[in-house]
Design a protein around this ligand. Structure first.
Ligand code: SF4
Ligand code: SF4
Length: 276
């Protein structure tokens, strides 16, 4: 949805697309852009000088994430729990804690296309993706960094492709957005996840609309949910073997058939209406 909406908009105006699903970024499977390194992302983790430490226990007491345990002769640090907030090093009364940079992952940016080779989509579409290193547990700093980059883009439209679910990476991705498109399907699992996502965006007070994907495969549970609660149903996409075929070959819908352009044109119109 994010890739195709971006490509649809890029036919008219400059767009920046950000793949925030840093544990499993896949937008570029469909865009096939050459990517260049933009920046490393990490956090500062504590290191304790046991020669100076008095083992008073204050750092462990203050750490919100239980990333420290102070034993009579040793401070244990659980790196995978540390969020790099810096509180322990500030609080240590004898300055026994220093901080070291730990790389979590990378932000990449699409390479500017050459004038001769570029299509309208490449010219008008700037693409960023975040990649969390294998074995790392904390994705939010990379998402935070991507959003900092997103919010200074000068393009007409900025589209963020968020991870699925409702955990911390989604909350980090959602904050400060103008509008959210929630994509679901008419199955019990689809409805369950949609209801959680709706509660989340309501808490964050962000306007939202719903896309019902493969709308004719299940039952009418999404339509009932929309009707009973007065939600905005932006679009219903029928099950379509051609979409499956294109998807499985890593091809976007936009640019392959007029009906897909019309579909995303309708989606954009509905989003504009819903955001008024
Ligand atoms: S606060 Fe400082 S002195 Fe106290 S246990 Fe932690 S590192 Fe050691
Ligand atoms: S930097 Fe923050 S999260 Fe990490 S150990 Fe220190 S207090 Fe805990």
């Amino acid at each position: 949805m994010a890739v195709n909406l971006s490509l649809y908009l890029a036919k008219q105006q400059p767009v920046s697309l950000f793949d925030l699903d840093v544990e499993e970024p896949n937008d570029n499977h469909f865009l096939n852009r050459s990517m260049v390194h933009f920046q490393d992302v990490g956090l500062l983790r504590p290191e304790v000088d046991e020669e100076i430490c008095t083992h008073c226990g204050l750092c462990a007491e203050l750490c919100e994430y239980n990333a420290l345990a102070v034993l009579p002769t040793q401070v244990m640090i659980f790196d995978e729990l540390c969020h790099g907030c810096g509180l322990c090093s500030i609080a240590c009364p004898v300055n026994a804690i220093t901080e070291r940079f730990h790389k979590l992952g990378t932000v990449k940016r699409s390479k500017n296309p050459s004038a001769a080779e570029s299509s309208i989509y490449e010219k008008n579409l700037t693409f960023f993706e975040g990649i969390l290193n294998v074995g790392e547990a904390i994705a939010t700093p990379i998402i935070h960094e991507l959003k900092k980059i997103a919010f200074v883009q000068k393009t007409k439209h900025i589209i963020l492709d968020l991870p699925p679910g409702s955990a911390c990476p989604v909350v980090e991705g959602l904050s400060d957005l103008d509008y959210v498109v929630l994509v679901t399907e008419p199955t019990p699992a689809g409805e369950h996840d949609l209801c959680i996502a709706i509660e989340l965006v309501k808490q964050l007070k962000i306007p939202f609309g719903i896309v019902n994907n493969r709308a004719d495969i299940g039952d009418d549970r999404i339509n009932r949910l929309v009707d009973e609660n007065g939600y905005t149903l932006l679009l219903e996409i029928p099950h379509d073997n051609e979409i499956l075929h294109l998807y499985s070959h890593g091809l976007p819908l936009i640019g392959t058939a007029k009906r897909f352009d019309e579909l995303f044109g309708k989606l954009w119109q509905e989003i504009m209406e819903g955001d008024k």
